[in-house]
Ligand binder design. Structure first.
Ligand code: FEO
Length: 377
């Protein structure tokens, strides 16, 4: 039997110091009650007492035999010292890298340990755990744990999403899972691909991530999205325009282009929206339009930050168009093009250059760019 003992975090404003979480986030932890009792991961230190109380209630008087550490990032590991104090008979289970990190985070902590390697199993009585090393999804020590008879995969950060478990997300799973993926794991697509290959050998009926809900319906949907995301392939054929305008003229140009685009399209304001929503959308679409005024002879700071976030996450396989503005010396396009040098993207030659406000010439350029974007997928 598996019982939930995790917690909802509705206190933290910025997850990992940078991701807004208006609907909170969950730190999931489970207890498996078999002949042996196993706890799966711990929670953020702010919720240690709540987690230990949940655990005590779920145990109904039993002791803990093992605590499996699938991930050492402190949102899942920071309560381990309190756990060890309360359950000194429990053995912590992890790989070599897990215990190296545990020493770094808890230099004085004494505990019983069991080191496991890829494919190792742990008998629980009726069921059995199998350990699957999945490094860099999202830290080097990350592993996933498969409960064989139940066919449950404890997937660490993979397949997680923002949003507390008491929030019924009207957008469904994918939107906040995508923002989570590209914000946090996006850089490590090649490792996610390796992990997916390993998982393909397992018969999985349900996925239990460390954040967000249990996934137990059509798993091919979630696995398929992770495959697309980690291959850096677009999910949608269409265009998203990123507006970044100080006095409205560049935004007006973005609107004029938007009105001329056919098919799936979106217009997002980089200066107004959560930048990680913009990052998520840039990965979602096949074509993006980046707009920027010229600022200190370069790219507008928020636009440059956005481009850097894409590049850090291995952005590629997309078509990029640029709208620039520069009243006396437009330089943004040149600088944006140089940012994408040696990156596997296609930057359209059709350029749009405003010198302050739209005029007949720049409107013509917008029409030509719209025709080009409409002619490609
Ligand atoms: Fe949810 Fe990488 O920690």
């Amino acid at each position: 039997m598996i019982k939930y003992v995790g917690v909802n975090d509705r206190i933290t404003k910025l997850f990992e110091g940078q991701f807004i979480i208006p609907e909170g986030i969950s730190y999931n932890s489970y207890v498996i009650l078999d002949d042996k009792v196993v706890v799966m991961d711990s929670v953020d230190v702010k919720f240690a007492d709540e987690w230990l109380a949940n655990l005590e209630s779920a145990l109904e008087g039993r002791d803990v035999d093992y605590l499996v550490i699938d991930h050492m990032e402190p949102d899942h590991s920071a309560s381990l010292d309190k756990f060890v104090l309360k359950y000194p008979n429990a053995t912590l289970v992890g790989n070599n890298k897990t215990f190296n990190m545990l020493k770094l985070f808890f230099p004085e902590l004494q505990y019983k340990s069991l080191v496991v390697n890829d494919g190792d199993t742990l008998e629980l009585g009726h069921d059995k755990l199998q350990f699957v090393m999945t490094p860099m999804v999202h830290w080097p020590e990350v592993m996933m744990t498969y409960l064989e008879n139940e066919k449950v995969l404890f997937s660490a950060d993979a397949f997680g999403k923002f949003g507390a478990l008491d929030f019924d997300d009207p957008e469904g799973w994918a939107c906040e899972a995508r923002r989570y993926y590209f914000g946090i794991v996006g850089k490590f697509g090649a490792f996610v691909q390796k992990a997916l290959q390993k998982l393909s050998t397992l018969d999985i009926k349900a996925i239990y991530p460390l954040h967000g809900p249990v996934l137990d319906d059509d798993l091919s949907y979630y696995l398929g999205l992770y495959d697309t995301w980690s291959k850096y392939e677009p999910e949608k054929k269409g265009t998203v325009i990123f507006s970044a305008s100080v006095y409205g003229h560049t935004h007006k140009a973005c609107e004029e282009l938007f009105d001329r685009l056919e098919g799936t399209k979106e217009l997002m304001d980089l200066l107004d929206e959560d930048i990680y929503e913009c990052v998520e959308s840039a990965f979602e679409y096949s074509k993006i339009v980046i707009s920027s005024i010229t600022y200190n002879s370069g790219i507008f700071p928020k636009v440059e930050e956005f481009i850097n976030l894409l590049l850090e996450r291995g952005y590629k396989n997309r078509t990029i168009a640029i709208i620039e503005n520069g009243s006396w010396g437009p330089m943004a396009r040149k600088q944006i093009v140089s940012k994408f040098e040696n990156v596997e993207v296609t930057i359209l030659d059709e350029k749009v250059t405003l010198k302050s406000a739209l005029n007949a010439e720049s409107l013509k350029e917008i029409e030509i760019l719209a025709d080009k974007l409409n002619s490609i997928e």
